[in-house]
Unconditional design. Structure first.
Length: 396
């Protein structure tokens, strides 16, 4: 990866050479474990001799005095970043066709059609970017696009119809529509939304979106209709604070995950009864790392068949898991006592990872057909006094 900037500040690390020379003894020990090599594409990397792991070295070019011309950037470069303050015009051909991952920060000269080569497939337009993204600037080969706190409004056609993954980063604050026309094209299949400042309205999210991910501190109200009917996979992640209502989650959703920091109390009816997994044709719900809501009876709708529990913060009650659930997985981080009746008799297959709380007699129904023990499982099932007919599979 090469980073380009017009930063005129000297690198203070050069002043530390004398200190580094005093560490020769330590370095000699490190050299026994690590070595610097160059791969077939002329990239430098540090290799851990014992494990064979490679750590590539990022090269940053600062304080550029001469204009870039075609060939200035090696044709072996795959990752390229133009940082804040870069003030040269990026003419067509400056960026070689080897570049697939391009990061644009607060550059000072406008882009032209052709500035970004058609080889780029992943484009990050980062915080502070203030140039126009008129139609054609982003080439048609870009399939994954991240937009940060950009300072210039999008236009109709700014996002080409080839993009299938779009991520709006924290503080994105540009209008998502012009009148009734959405600026997010109907080619997007996966949409990730961070703590954006742009207000979501009905029609903001195109009907083509199949996977919708709400990320770090997303905090808007999701009125019915905001999430379009057509979304199949829905993920709530990382300290989001929103207001879900009955009808917020459309009946088209087939898979839903609640993750770390989800802070809303789920009342019966918010999770639709129509929840189906598109591959298994079965209901599927994840309660993942850090989920901190009490799962009272009725929260998980009757009809759910696959249930995954990770590091949930609240204990379960009898009937928290409906009798429709037939496949239950309890993974690392689950810390609650499985008292008799928590796991319903409807379970056909139970998967267990690390259990921080001891199992007791009755934790697992005695006649459960199958128990799968992950390699991390750290207890004995003897206390549960399972029937001899129970099939126990231990994963290595």
């Amino acid at each position: 990866m090469i980073s380009l900037t017009n930063n005129n500040n000297n690198n203070n690390n050069n002043n530390n050479n004398n200190n580094n020379n005093n560490n020769n003894n330590n370095n000699s020990k490190l050299n026994e474990k690590f070595k610097i090599e160059i791969d077939e594409n002329n990239y430098k990397f540090i290799e851990n001799i014992s494990s064979g792991e490679k750590y590539y070295i990022q090269r940053t070019i600062c304080d550029i005095k001469t204009p870039l011309v075609k060939g200035s950037i090696p044709s072996s470069v795959v990752w390229l970043s133009f940082h804040d303050g870069f003030s040269q015009l990026i003419e067509a051909g400056i960026i070689p066709y080897s570049v697939k991952y391009l990061y644009l920060h607060d550059i000072k000269k406008p882009l032209k059609i052709g500035s970004i080569p058609i080889s780029v497939t992943h484009l990050h337009v980062c915080d502070g970017f203030s140039q126009s993204l008129e139609p054609g600037i982003i080439p048609s080969k870009v399939s994954s696009l991240n937009l940060g706190d950009i300072k210039h409004s999008l236009e109709i056609g700014s996002i080409p119809n080839t993009v299938f993954h779009l991520c709006l980063e924290n503080r994105f604050n540009q209008p998502l529509s012009i009148g009734t026309i959405s600026l997010i094209p109907e080619c997007i299949l996966e949409l990730s939304l961070n703590n954006i400042k742009s207000e979501l309205k009905i029609g903001s999210i195109p009907k083509t979106v199949k996977t919708l991910i709400f990320l770090h501190r997303f905090s808007q109200s999701l009125e019915p209709g905001i999430i379009p009917n057509g979304v199949k996979s829905l993920n709530f992640c990382y300290e989001i604070n929103l207001n879900l209502q009955i009808g917020s989650i459309p009946n088209s959703v087939e898979s839903i995950s609640f993750n770390n920091g989800f802070s809303q109390l789920l009342s019966p009816g918010i999770i639709p009864e129509s929840l189906l997994d598109q591959f298994l044709n079965q209901s599927l719900i994840y309660f993942c790392n850090g989920f901190d809501q009490l799962i009272t009876p009725g929260i998980i709708s009757d009809g759910v068949k696959f249930l995954y529990l990770y590091d949930t913060k609240q204990s379960l009650e009898v009937n928290s898991i409906p009798n429709s659930v037939t496949y239950l997985s309890i993974y690392e981080g689950f810390k609650h006592q499985l008292t008799p009746g928590i796991i319903p008799n409807s379970i056909k297959e139970l998967t267990l990872g690390i259990m921080d709380t001891p199992l007791i007699e009755g934790s697992i129904p005695k006649n459960i057909p199958k128990v799968i023990l992950q390699s991390s499982f750290n207890q004995s099932l003897d206390i549960c006094k399972l029937d001899k007919s129970v099939k126990i599979i231990k994963l290595i």
